[in-house]
Ligand binder design. Structure first.
Ligand code: DGP
Length: 114
């Protein structure tokens, strides 16, 4: 999508610190980290929110989640773990309308979140 910042990162039109990429998934560092490790995991396909998911997107979303495990292992998080969260629309604080998961790790995290 033309005006989507994450689509521009996918197309390498704007820079990002990419840590993992495959045909369907891109993982890069969040520009405003909320924890020592804060990554964004996105489908390369432009899907604005969960409400836009189509049946054929199931595999892509599964790949995003599997990429979380791959990246976490590579980053040495297999022992301590990580949190994966996705903000969907206004009340959750979604700012970028290209579906994404935040991977937060590297410190004990509070629960419930604010
Ligand atoms: P959310 O509120 O869930 O939509 O989170 C959007 C996140 O995206 C937020 O933590 C900041 C991050 N972000 C926004 N623009 C950019 C960017 O251009 N580059 C990177 N790396 N992260 C961005």
């Amino acid at each position: 999508m033309q005006d989507c910042i994450f689509c521009k990162i996918v197309k390498k039109e704007i820079p990002a610190e990419i840590v993992y990429e495959n045909d369907h998934v891109l993982v890069f560092k969040d520009v405003k980290p909320a924890s020592p490790i804060h990554l964004l995991l996105i489908p390369k396909k432009h899907i604005p929110t969960f409400f836009d998911l189509q049946p054929e997107d199931s595999q892509i979303i599964g790949e995003v989640q599997r990429a979380a495990a791959t990246v976490a292992r590579d980053m040495g998080l297999a022992e301590k773990g990580f949190r994966l969260v996705s903000n969907c629309m206004e009340d959750a604080g979604q700012l970028v309308f290209h579906m994404h998961y935040h991977m937060l790790a590297g410190r004990p995290l509070q629960w419930p979140p604010g």
